[in-house]
Every structure is written in structure tokens, then in C-alpha cells.
Design a protein around this ligand. Structure first.
Ligand SMILES: C[S@@+](CC[C@H](N)C(=O)[O-])C[C@H]1O[C@@H](n2cnc3c(N)ncnc32)[C@H](O)[C@@H]1O
Length: 407
């Protein structure tokens, strides 16, 4: 595909999207319907689409006050103007976007002249109107930089699986196949000695031996820090209460050096379908439960990890489509579920054991506020909290470690 045809494809995909619709599914259907597109085309189109979604409101500025109008074309045009002369690409040639209208030219000139500095807060920061006050309440003087960070691409991080390889072995194996990476850590919080950040060649990762043989897993450095924060030790009995695809369960199993027991649970066991093959690849022993955790397991685990369902706001760099479908009602629904998760997970912690509540949210309503609502009368004490934002070098993450008092 020509560069211009890629732009038109991105416009078509964005025009088929509406807030609340997951973009990854739209991209899959586009790939199925356009099998002529090669892997380079697909990657370039996905990059354009996600770049546009990260800055969906500000890219349309100064169009319609709310920035909602004009669909994909205005956004892709604004992106193209940032990197070159859009007239050459918006040429009207076969498969290329139609030539610019006079109105579009005027708008581009206005953007170039005025920038987006004078746009209203939420528009400039690319969030729905109701969210900046929540970010400001949670992050005080850092709020502006935290919100701004969500407008940029996220790096690809790896966790070296200690059950199979050491970081230097993984680095060498990846480099031999063109995937370059370097150790990475977060600015504050637990050490992440197994974390690597891909610096180039990331497209070859999933066909690299180190990945296929389970030496490395894709996992953001902040997610690794949250797992490390739990302090899982060899020989412990651990319950991953919201296991989903198993990213944390795998990290916990690796930290335990293959000694002890990791049991995985999810309210929707189908969400754990990838876990057995991932655990097999990683050489980890993780037992997924086909249903609820039995009552007989109450008060029996050294560590219960509750990676609760959340807004995912800490990962909006990766899933920017999610921020546009998020609403106050959605937040209220989530906080109810999070409180339920905390209360149900707590029952499985043994006296003296730890309960770790975690989210990849940047909103205090989903984080400290849930823990503080849970604590009174629970028999647990708050031991430590971890609050990470993209300013620390990874995704946004929150974790609280609670210790259960004696029986
Ligand atoms: C943030 S995701 C988990 C991600 C996973 N831990 C990982 O690291 O890959 C949250 C998971 O919680 C599950 N969940 C939602 N409500 C739950 C509940 N009441 N009890 C247990 N799990 C729940 C969801 O099905 C979802 O898979």
C-alpha cells in the first residue's frame, strides 16, 4: 500500500468506530476484509488509528467545540500535517484521500497559528469533560503531566521469566534475532530486575525464540512492579483472585521460583482460557479453577492478589479507545464491583496473610478510596500503598498491601 492509501484506510477504520466500541476488533475485521495488506501496512495503519484515538479531541481542534465532529479525516489530516505536507498525500489519486478543501486548508492554518494551548482543558488534554477534575484531585501538581502522558505511545516491556532464563541470556537471544532491548526500572517503587524495554525490532518479538520458548513475557514494567510489591515467596500458597489472562499469576509464579502453589480464579473462567498454554510455555505451575473458590479454602492463603476490574486509565496510552467510552455511570459500576471483589477476596486470606488489591487505574475513586471503604471492621490493616503513573516510567498502577490480623 502507498503511504496515502494507508491514511485512507485509517480514515475508514476511524469512521467505522464509535466511542464505546473496542478498536482492536475493528482492526481485526478490517484485516480480514483487506487481506492484500501486508504486515507493515497493518502495523502502520494501526499506529495511525491509535495515534488518532489518543488525541481524538485535540486533533480536531479548532473544529466543533467538543471536538467530536468530522470523524477520521480531520484527525488523520492533522496528524499528516505534523509530519509533512498533507497536500502531497491527500491527492485524490487511486486509494488516496480526496484533495483538501479550502475549509480544511483554513483550519490547518489556524491550528498551526493558534496551537491547542487555548483550547478548553479536557479538549487540550484529550479526555472526556468530566475527567480532568478527578485527575487533578488524585495527582495534584502532577495532574497535568499525568493527563498529558496518556496522549503518547507506550513502550513495549518484557518480563524475563526467571523459571527459564536470566536477563542477560534473554537479551542476547533477542538481539541475535533483531529484537533489541535494555533493562528498565520505575522511578520509585519495588525493584524490577527482570524488566526489559524493547528499543527496536519489536515487530519480530512474537516470532523470536526467547518469546516462543517462554523466556520472556510481554508485561509493562509497572505491572511487574505491582506483582513484585506483593512479595510472593517460594513455598507460599497464593490465590490470584482476578486472574484473567494470567499476567500477574505468571509473574507471581516466577517470583516463587516454581516452589509453592498458585491458584487462579476469575468470576468468568472463560477469561482464563489463555492461561494454561501461557503457563506451559513459561514452565509455571498454575491451577485455574473452573468455578468459584470453594468455601473450604477460606482463610487458607498466604497471599491473595486481587487485580480488580477497573477503568484501565493507567493503560489508556495502549487502549485509548477506552477513555472515550468511559462515563461517570461506568465509574460508579466499577467501584461497586471493586468493593465486592475486595470483600470476597479477603475471606481467603489466612490470619497473618496478605491481601493485595491492585488496579491499573489512575483514579483515586478506584484505588485508595476503595481500600479505605473496606478497612473499617475488616480485620485487616493497611501495610503499604504503591501509586505509579506514566511519569514513573510505566503504565499507571495502584496496589495496596493489607495484612490480616490474628484469628
Ligand atoms: C484487570 S483484569 C485481570 C488481569 C490479570 N490479572 C492479568 O494480570 O493479566 C480483571 C479480571 O477480573 C475479573 N473479575 C471481574 N469481576 C470479578 C469478581 N467479582 N470476582 C473475580 N474476578 C472478577 C474479570 O473477569 C477480569 O478478568
Amino acid at each position: 500500500m502507498t503511504p496515502a492509501a494507508r491514511l485512507q484506510a485509517a480514515i475508514d477504520i476511524l469512521d467505522a468506530w464509535a466511542p464505546g466500541r473496542p478498536m482492536d476488533r475493528l482492526l481485526v475485521s478490517w484485516r480480514r476484509a483487506n487481506r492484500y495488506a501486508g504486515s507493515g501496512d497493518r502495523a502502520a495503519i494501526a499506529d495511525l488509528v491509535y495515534d488518532a484515538l489518543r488525541r481524538w479531541r485535540s486533533l480536531a481542534w479548532p473544529a466543533a467545540g467538543e471536538g467530536a465532529g468530522d470523524g477520521g479525516r480531520a484527525r488523520i489530516l492533522a496528524l499528516a500535517a505534523e509530519t509533512g505536507d498533507p497536500e502531497a498525500l491527500f491527492s485524490g489519486a487511486r486509494h488516496a484521500p480526496a484533495p483538501l478543501t479550502e475549509h480544511e486548508r483554513e483550519r490547518l492554518a489556524e491550528r498551526a497559528e493558534r496551537g491547542v494551548i487555548e483550547a478548553p482543558d479536557a479538549l487540550r488534554l484529550d479526555l472526556p469533560d468530566w475527567l480532568p477534575p478527578l485527575f487533578r484531585a488524585a495527582h495534584g501538581p502532577n495532574a497535568e503531566a499525568v493527563m498529558d502522558s496518556l496522549r503518547r505511545r507506550a513502550p513495549v516491556d518484557l518480563r524475563v521469566n526467571r523459571l527459564k532464563a536470566r536477563p542477560e541470556q534473554a537479551l542476547a537471544s533477542l538481539a541475535a534475532q533483531g529484537v533489541l532491548a535494555a533493562p528498565v526500572s520505575i522511578a520509585s517503587g519495588p525493584a524490577t530486575p527482570d524488566a526489559l524495554r524493547v528499543t527496536s525490532g519489536g515487530r519480530g518479538l512474537k516470532s523470536a525464540d526467547a518469546y516462543l520458548q517462554g523466556w520472556v513475557e510481554v508485561q509493562d514494567v509497572a505491572s511487574q512492579a505491582a506483582a513484585a510489591f506483593a512479595g510472593a515467596r517460594p513455598g507460599e500458597r497464593v490465590l490470584d483472585y482476578c486472574a484473567g489472562g494470567g499476567g500477574k499469576a505468571l509473574a507471581l509464579a516466577a517470583a516463587m521460583g516454581g516452589e509453592g502453589e498458585v491458584i487462579a480464579h476469575d468470576v468468568d473462567p472463560a477469561r482464563m482460557q489463555d492461561l494454561p498454554p501461557r503457563a506451559a510455555r513459561a514452565g509455571a505451575r498454575i491451577a485455574p479453577l473452573p468455578g468459584p473458590v470453594p468455601d473450604s479454602a477460606k482463610a487458607s492463603f498466604d497471599l491473595v492478589f486481587a487485580d480488580a476490574p477497573c477503568s484501565g486509565s493507567g493503560a489508556w496510552r495502549r487502549n485509548p479507545d477506552a477513555k472515550w467510552g468511559f462515563s461517570p455511570e461506568g465509574l460508579a459500576r466499577l467501584t461497586r464491583v471493586q468493593s465486592q471483589v475486595l470483600a470476597s477476596a479477603a475471606a481467603f486470606v489466612r490470619p497473618g496473610g496478605r491481601l493485595v488489591y491492585a488496579t491499573c487505574s489512575l483514579l483515586e475513586e478506584e484505588n485508595g478510596a476503595r481500600v479505605r471503604a473496606f478497612l473499617p471492621g475488616s480485620g485487616f490493616e493497611l501495610s503499604e500503598e504503591l501509586r505509579l503513573t506514566p511519569l514513573d516510567g510505566g503504565d499507571g498502577f495502584y496496589a495496596a498491601r493489607l495484612v490480616r490480623g490474628p484469628a
